[in-house]
Write a protein that binds this ligand. Sequence first.
Ligand code: AVJ
Length: 328
Amino acid sequence: MDMHADLILVEHDKDGVDLAFRADVLCGLSEQQKAIPARWFYDLTGSELFEEITRLPEYYPTRVETELLETHGTEIARRVGPNRAVVEFGSGSSVKTPLLLREINPAAYLPIDISGTFLRQSCHELAVKFPDLPIIPVEADFMRAVELPASVRDLGMLGFFPGSTIGNMVPHTAVDLLRSMRHTLGDGSQLLIGVDRAKDLGRLIAAYDDSQGVTARFNLNLIDRINRELDADIPRERFRHVVRWNDDWSRIEMHLEAVEDLAFVVAGRDFFMRQGETIHTENSHKYTPNQARLLLQAGGWTPSWQWTDAAQNFLIVLADASEFRSAP
Ligand code: AVJ
């Protein structure tokens, strides 16, 4: 698929079906290990449930990263410097983005998101808080290199990628993304990125299998979305939320497990699942600080500083765009 990102972003058929969603679901359900990309969690209900997750006692990442930005804001600002163009990969969180912008005093703010709806909403909220800041929404898929508007090309760039979203990608894809970011932001740029740390298994599992069952609802909402948007009849109540630690990949996995043999239809196609078979819905890779720095280096970024909390839960790394060189 090669098209101009600013012209066509989401293709729908005549019934309004999101064709990329349908293709991902039909392909994913046809695999040996059924799997659906985690990005499809975030319809309106999914986004609301994720907000609820971030407030759960067991889900520490959002809280800890926000505290890190608060505690070390002055030092981050000193290391970044003023008058940067802040390029956020994703629509921006209503809490973390204002925190950063207040500290570093940027010349412009450019959020990149594939969903124009989320993008416009978060830009609107920010414009109220920062009336003098030029805010330039960029509707594009940030997994590829993005051409930024000419008006900001002479500014120093700071990429911002909080939330440990990098952890959703397998290392291969994470490195591709970091390299795209390096390309998008250019020479002399910096990147501020949040990474969730490898830690005690009990705490990790609890963060993804909370006692109130909010994460279970978040996971199961994907079935509701498929049923609603793709003309499907997957029996949601015949699935359960499963969280696994995959030690080979150092990641938390979320799955939807069939509690009995099942048959269902999605977009006119028949699918079968045996009891105990799962649909893999999310990966959340956890890194030691050394692994996180190696990942950044592999993606063309040279770490220059890092911040973590006393309990060693979460890591924020500041990195410089690596210079290309032909010799060590
Ligand atoms: C927003 C993708 C980083 O992996 O921790 C939270 C999503 N999934 N609980 C994460 C999520 C289940 C979250 N990320």
